[in-house]
Design a protein. Structure first.
Length: 153
């Protein structure tokens, strides 16, 4: 896995089929966690909080500066049909430099903040520990969208 890669949780595929996420109208966030947990696609029922098999928020970086608890919102979400595939996209993430920003961010967890269980969607590999006090931090989603779902032929 390389820095910037997104891995979607296996559980997300089930959650989508069960209609638990409205990718255009729910609020999705990017919470930052430390190396205390290394997520994988097979992470058991990942959540941003209690109630599932894995509480990823228990390893959140210490909020401060321009990083609020739970992380920034993925603003202006859209779901469109493009080339026979459903595409979910939203605004890029940006956290401006601040001396009080946290250090030690290793993984970005995409999760549904509207969902009562705060089910996680996937995670972004940050490549290494990131010190958000050292400079501006940004995640630029792929030009093709955050995720693309297509049906089998």
């Amino acid at each position: 896995m390389a820095a910037g890669d997104i891995t979607f949780f296996d559980q997300w595929l089930v959650d989508v089929q069960e209609g638990l996420h409205d990718h255009e109208n729910d609020t999705f966030k990017l919470g930052l966690i430390t190396t205390a947990t290394t997520p994988t696609g097979a992470t058991s029922d990942p959540r941003w909080g209690a109630g599932g098999g894995t509480n990823l928020s228990s390893n959140q970086v210490t909020p401060g500066g321009n990083y609020s608890s739970g992380g920034p919102t993925i603003a202006n979400p859209t779901v469109t049909l493009s080339g026979g595939a459903g595409v979910w996209d939203g605004d890029d993430i940006s956290i401006l430099q601040d001396a009080n920003n946290p250090a030690g961010a290793r993984w970005g967890i995409i999760y549904n903040d509207t969902d009562a269980g705060k089910r996680a969607v996937g995670f972004v590999d940050l490549g290494a520990d990131i010190d958000l006090a050292a400079g501006d931090f940004s995640i630029t989603w792929n030009a093709s969208g955050i995720s693309t779902l297509s049906k089998a032929a």
